[in-house]
Write a protein that binds this ligand. Structure first.
Ligand code: NAD
Length: 493
């Protein structure tokens, strides 16, 4: 496939009001290739001045060409953008492999997910309706769904395309003008997305992209008075700061934060079906996934078999540079590797048993950010490795049991619900009633029965409870979240 013209690598500037330009203070940011530690690109490092310019440009777009478009016209534009993303899926995957260290297959899946978000929102946008409300005699009352205004989008580095799709895609569909702040570790597909949006005919200022550091560009965006809504995906700690900043101008926030998600395996589970999900949901993207199934909670009767079969899969995992399309690539950065190695050190110091580790090939570039995918079993549910988000390819297996089926369920629930997080959970059982009971009692935003992740399920509302955040993206919920509901009451008698 031909590279984009101009290629994404030429796109190292920030995008404000339809203009690609350097940061106001001409500073730059260095991006590294996690597979070998080499310098990949130097891009503009936006700061508060650039964020302010971007917010103003977005407001101009709202007051002008972008704001004048009707919903079906916005939908057509998003559909055209989706097609551009599809056309360039291979190139986007290549860029993401270099920038994030993501295996090519996963990068391509992310690009296609971005296209699907845009297609879904393109088709849905003229189906988001207000209501007429029966009210006192002499009145007609109805509701309108209107754009919020300028929306801020602060995204992390682990799934840039998917997160841009689910958040920026929905915000644009509802007629908002966006200021996107990609993560400082990985910005290239976000910038490429800006190019594609231009090619799809998005009016200047509808989408502005300002890469930069979190406490510079990110903080400036969250606190900006011109921003009507902040969508943040990232860590709990920064999420709190973003919510506090947005509260200064009373802007709503959507917080998509971390997780310590369990997959619960009951004795009656179809293990052949479960096994691939148990492992892949832990090591996908080198474990750097908010909804990673980092805790495997297994009933005693199948515990030994589950650990043995997971271990076999771990030993067969291919670790390698992202462009080789391995099963597992590198971590994003040296810092992240220190964090993960720290947890593995803690596991060692506290005597946790390593059930299996994927081998690291000897030919790996030494400057890449490698860690061996590691399966730890058994682990006590209260152990730090079973409580804290590691954000690396490390899974813990926790055993449970009960004298009765009801007791076993209660025990599994207590373990599953027993962390500060509540993002996603999986349940593997052939007992339909138990599956429903578990679905009702699990404290999280999404429950998957006899699957995990529903293949991305862009139509399925997504978000957390507890420290995993609040607000929902994906599906129609995202469109409601990115619109303001206005009530009109007309007195006519
Ligand atoms: P992070 O919180 O450090 O950074 C996320 C984004 O916030 C980046 O763009 C960063 O530049 C920005 N940021 C940093 N400081 C800021 C500040 N003071 N004000 C405004 N913005 C600031 O997170 P990370 O380490 O990049 O990502 C990993 C975390 O994200 C994990 O906890 C993971 O679970 C979570 N995550 C959640 C989801 C989800 O949908 N729930 C998806 C992906 C990642």
């Amino acid at each position: 496939m031909a590279a984009m013209n101009p290629t994404a690598f030429d796109t190292t500037e920030l995008l404000v009001g339809g203009q690609w330009r350097a940061a106001a203070d001409a500073r730059t940011l260095v991006l590294q290739n996690p597979s070998d530690g080499s310098e990949l690109a130097r891009i503009a490092r936006g700061g508060a001045t650039d964020i302010d310019a971007a917010v103003q440009a977005a407001q101009v777009a709202l007051d002008g060409a972008w704001g004048a478009l009707a919903a079906p016209e916005r939908g057509r534009m998003l559909a055209a953008l989706a097609q551009r993303v599809r056309d360039e899926a291979d190139e986007l995957a290549r860029i993401e492999a270099l920038d994030v260290g993501k295996p090519l297959r996963q990068g391509r899946a992310d690009a296609l997910a971005l296209a699907r978000y845009l297609e879904f929102y393109a088709g849905a946008v003229d189906k988001v309706h207000g209501q007429t409300i029966p009210f006192a005699g002499g009145y007609t009352a109805f509701t309108l769904r209107e754009p919020l205004g300028v929306t801020g989008h602060i995204v992390p580095w682990n799934y840039p395309m998917q997160i841009i799709g689910r958040s920026v895609g929905a915000a644009l569909a509802m007629g908002n003008a966006c200021v996107l702040k990609p993560a400082e570790q990985a910005c290239l597909t976000a910038l490429a997305f800006g190019r594609l949006a231009e090619q799809a005919g998005l009016p200047a200022g509808a989408l502005n992209i300002v890469p930069g550091l979190g406490d510079e560009a990110g903080a400036a965006l969250a606190v900006h008075r011109g921003v009507a809504h902040v969508s943040f995906t990232g860590s709990v700690e920064v999420g709190r700061r973003v919510q506090t900043a947005a509260a200064q101008h009373v802007a709503p926030v959507t917080l998509e934060l971390g997780g310590k998600s369990p997959q619960i395996v009951f004795d009656d589970a179809d293990l052949d079906a479960a096994l691939p999900f148990l492992v892949s949901a832990g090591v996908q993207n080198c474990g750097q996934t908010c909804s990673a199934a980092s805790r495997i909670v297994v009933q005693r009767g199948v515990y030994d078999e589950v650990v043995r079969r997971m271990a076999e899969r771990y030993r067969a995992l291919r670790v390698g540079p992202a462009l080789d399309d391995p099963d597992v690539g590198p971590l994003i950065s040296a810092r992240q590797r220190e964090v993960v190695l720290g947890y593995l050190g803690l596991a060692r110091d506290s005597g946790l048993a390593i059930a299996a580790q994927a081998p690291l090939p000897t030919h790996l570039p030494p400057q890449g950010y490698w860690v061996p995918p590691t399966l730890l079993a058994p682990v006590d549910p209260g152990h730090r490795l079973a409580q804290e988000e590691i954000f690396g390819p490390v899974q813990v297996v926790i055993a449970f049991d009960g004298a009765t089926a009801a007791e076993a369920e209660s025990r599994a629930l207590a373990i599953a619900n027993g962390t500060r997080y509540g993002l996603v959970a999986g349940v593997w059982t052939r007992d339909g009633s138990r599956a429903l009971r578990m679905a009702r009692r699990l404290q999280c935003g999404q429950v998957f029965i006899n699957n995990y992740g529903a293949a991305g399920g862009i139509e399925l509302p997504f978000g957390g409870v507890k420290d995993s955040g609040h607000g929902r993206e994906k599906g129609f919920e995202a469109l409601y979240g990115f619109s303001a509901l206005k009530t009109v009451a007309i007195r006519h008698d």
